[in-house]
Design a binder for this molecule. Structure first.
Ligand SMILES: C[S@@+](CC[C@H](N)C(=O)[O-])C[C@H]1O[C@@H](n2cnc3c(N)ncnc32)[C@H](O)[C@@H]1O
Length: 200
């Protein structure tokens, strides 16, 4: 589901970019290792800050990035203009029906989008489908515990049902043959978790 106006503003501000660049990206790199020169996909890319990090810091060889919201994609196209066409493709798309062939990516990145998807297990299945065997899934996610807090309930909009804890999310990944093997960390009193799994 698309963000409401408040979360749209929260995601399109310098603090969000700072956290993504200086906290989430280094942690993901530490947990997941190098993806230099590889073909990567970013689901729910928002305004393209994550994609910029994947190009500049992770040095991916080729990147496809999509988001459900055309307004986000307009912003991402402006931000990533110097890499398009060529290294990067940016498009509107749905993580529950990824427009890519099976086993076509070495790495998939999720910077906090799957908790926005009512049928998130379907999105995990799509991630698995497009990953090559041995490909890695880098994820940063928001838990049921966070979404139940009054500030989240009052100001933001998320699916009411089918939310997840870190253990539930990781169990689903492992059920769908993306092995995490304890390679994740919880942060902010269990509100967020960050990890990397490998497709069998
Ligand atoms: C919390 S924002 C995160 C944006 C960006 N990844 C970041 O970290 O700043 C969640 C994003 O997921 C997108 N989104 C929600 N459901 C989606 C879906 N089914 N497929 C693709 N993108 C989706 C929203 O439009 C939004 O841009």
């Amino acid at each position: 589901m698309k963000l409401n106006k408040i979360e749209f503003a929260l995601m399109n501000n310098p603090l969000r970019a700072f956290i993504q660049r200086h906290y989430e990206a280094p942690l993901l790199a530490r947990l997941g290792g190098s993806v230099e020169g590889l073909k990567a996909l970013e689901i729910g890319c928002g305004r393209g800050v994550g994609a910029e990090i994947l190009i500049q810091r992770f040095k991916v060889g080729e990147l496809v990035a999509f988001d459900l919201d055309p307004a986000m994609i307009d912003r991402a196209r402006v931000r990533l203009a110097s890499y398009i066409p060529g290294k990067v493709s940016v498009m509107v798309g749905d993580a529950c029906a990824i427009d890519a062939t099976d086993a076509s990516f070495d790495a998939v990145f999720d910077f906090g989008i799957i908790h926005h998807i009512p049928d998130w297990q379907k999105a995990v299945g799509e991630v698995r489908r497009v990953l090559k065997p041995g490909g890695r899934f880098f994820f940063e996610e928001v838990t049921r515990k966070a979404l139940s807090r009054s500030a989240y309930r009052k100001f933001l909009v998320h699916p009411e049902e089918n939310r997840f804890s870190p253990v539930e999310f990781i169990s689903e990944l492992e059920k769908q043959e993306i092995k995490v093997d304890g390679n994740y960390v919880e942060r902010w009193f269990g509100d967020f978790f960050i990890g990397v799994g490998k497709r069998l």
